[in-house]
Ligand binder design. Sequence first.
Ligand code: PEP
Ligand code: MN
Length: 293
Amino acid sequence: MRPILHKTIRSCSDMSYNHLLVSRGKQAENTSIHLGSTIIGGGQPAMIAGPCSVESYEQLRSVASLLKKTSVNVLRGGAFKPRTSPYDFQGLGLDGLKLLKEVADEFDLITISEIVDPRHLELAGDYIDVIQIGARNMHNFELLKEAGRLSTPILLKRGLSATLDEFLHAAEYILYGGNKNVMLIERGIRTYERATRNTLDISAVPLLKLETHLSVLVDVTHSTGRKEIMAPCAKAALAAGADGVMVEVHPNPAAALSDSAQQLDFEQFEAFYNEVKRSGLLSPAASAGITIS
Ligand code: PEP
Ligand code: MN
């Protein structure tokens, strides 16, 4: 197979990814990951949604009951928050994971939460279904190695300034450790552009899909930071071949303890969900639409 990334980025045509465990050379067919009734990478793109941070039982419960009106059955929520400032809300930690478990059990949902410390990886498996490794930790090789020792699915975010080559090699660390259950998620990269929070690299989707059998998702919240363009960006991601999209939703974004400017409220989520659903690009199960109010 042609080394697409290297050819484009490094102009080095004799290099290939085919020796890597993440590559299509090693495995031609897509790796699909079963998350309850949602299969990521199985050809039916999915939506993942939830608040930026787990803040309280009531907050999480209200988001969970919103998701139950949709076909979304994967709930995200940060408990260990990697914040730019030490004075900002750092997350509820283990208590946040416990709340995720409580609400997931109550509503029969699958949960995703970020783990930042290798010492918490094993413990996390008792409370959540998918471990997120965030953008700031994509280069944390010790964390990647430890994640490789688990069988828990890992959602690996693209680093803030990571090339696709670095992204694929970060995933390779996890597979090399023995954990094949890895999903990649593009979340925007740093460029000179200030109109969006980060620059959503849509080209990453088809390029990664060409090179790797791992599923590729797009986080429209942290990439754009702009509520008014999240739906078109989600549709663009799905049209480009993404296996799913992730979006943040909060019952009262103005009062949110993190990312208050970019989380959708319930009405905005309804509009987002319905617009993406109407595109026909989500899985058929998602094609019924919702009315919240
Ligand atoms: C998140 O998804 O909660 C998050 C912190 O995102 P990122 O690592 O992409 O900044
Ligand atoms: Mn966030």
